[in-house]
Design a protein around this ligand. Structure first.
Ligand code: NDP
Length: 288
């Protein structure tokens, strides 16, 4: 048996084409979706992510702005920019690329983004709404992973879902979304005992650890759906996930590749959230 490959590139491309149509419709009503991305410092991975996000905006007919600050910028500089973007009617989403340099209080920076433009969904208020099942911006990576499960025809209700990783941006919101969808959810982390036994119970296994090929073939239940969130750069420059793909694909029922799985879906969901924000601005009579 070889696992079905969940092709995030193909799905993201289809979604972007749909977004383009909606973006044009909104533009004709004075609200072309607009995203502002803030990058502080010169982290090479962050530079790539920001470039991909800006390119995806162009591809979907969105307006975008990139604001780059040097690594020694002050928090006050960045907060001033966020305040200006908060008030700018051409901007529907504001994204601060993480991680920020050490002199920044990331929570305070994210908190400065008005809730209506928090398209990453990282503000405490948004996280609270997610937990309560209220309307909110669903964080892009978990939203993309859920969309891939939907595309694969996975009926989540009643399934055993195991997430390895409990970060605020991936593990925790992923747990919430799977729980809302009716899965029985286990969240594992660095203090979990007998991780392999937990993983082997999973009908849906989500790896968000940040360690190359950490999840081995023996940790996967035959036929499981494996969502590999990890993006790790190997010494030879190639990217790989948190799952040992070659070993996993002969055990799993379906699996996301890295690259080309969750990564492009994360960007697609950023566009989806920005579109949603632009739509809200039209409904609230605040188009640009
Ligand atoms: P974090 O470093 O914030 O979290 C990693 C999690 O893994 C932590 O909860 C940690 O546990 C857990 N962990 C670490 N070691 C072990 C271990 N030995 N056993 C079990 N659990 C362990 O990472 P992120 O969630 O931000 O990212 C995870 C990965 O996903 C990274 O590779 C990142 O690059 C990638 N990523 C990909 C995205 C995409 O678009 N595809 C978007 C965001 C991230 P503890 O809490 O106990 O420390």
């Amino acid at each position: 048996m070889t696992a079905h490959i969940l092709d995030g590139n193909a799905l993201a491309k289809t979604l972007r084409a749909n977004f383009r149509q909606e973006a044009e419709a909104l533009a004709s009503r004075g609200a072309r979706p607009g995203l502002a991305v803030i990058l502080v410092g010169e982290n090479p991975a962050s530079q790539v992510y920001v470039r991909n996000k800006v390119n995806a905006c162009a591809d979907a007919g969105f307006y975008s702005e990139k604001h780059v600050f040097p690594g020694d910028a002050t928090q006050a500089d960045v907060l001033a920019k966020i305040r200006a973007l908060n008030a700018d009617p051409a901007i529907h989403g504001i994204l601060v690329q993480l991680p920020l340099p050490a002199q920044f209080d990331a929570e305070a920076v994210l908190d400065a983004i008005v809730a209506e433009k928090d398209v990453d969904g990282f503000r405490a208020e948004n996280v609270g709404a997610l937990v309560l099942g209220l309307p909110c911006f669903v964080p892009c990576t978990p939203r993309g992973a859920m969309r891939l499960l939907e595309e694969a025809g996975v009926d989540v209700a009643g399934k055993e879902a195991v997430i390895v990783g409990r970060s605020n941006i991936v593990g925790k919101p992923m747990a919430m979304l799977l729980m809302h969808a009716g899965a029985t959810v286990t969240v594992c982390h660095s203090r979990t005992r007998d991780l392999a036994a937990h993983c082997r119970r999973a009908d849906i296994l989500v790896a968000a650890v940040g360690k190359p090929r950490f999840i081995t073939g023996e940790m996967i239940k035959p036929g499981a759906v494996v969502i590999d969130v990890g993006i790790n750069r190997l010494p030879d420059g190639k990217l790989c996930g948190d799952v040992d793909f070659d070993a996993a694909r002969v055990v799993a029922g379906a699996i996301t590749p890295v690259p080309g799985g969750v990564g492009p879906m994360t960007i697609a969901m950023l566009l989806a959230n920005t579109l949603e924000s632009a739509r809200n601005s039209v409904q609230n009579g605040a188009g640009n």
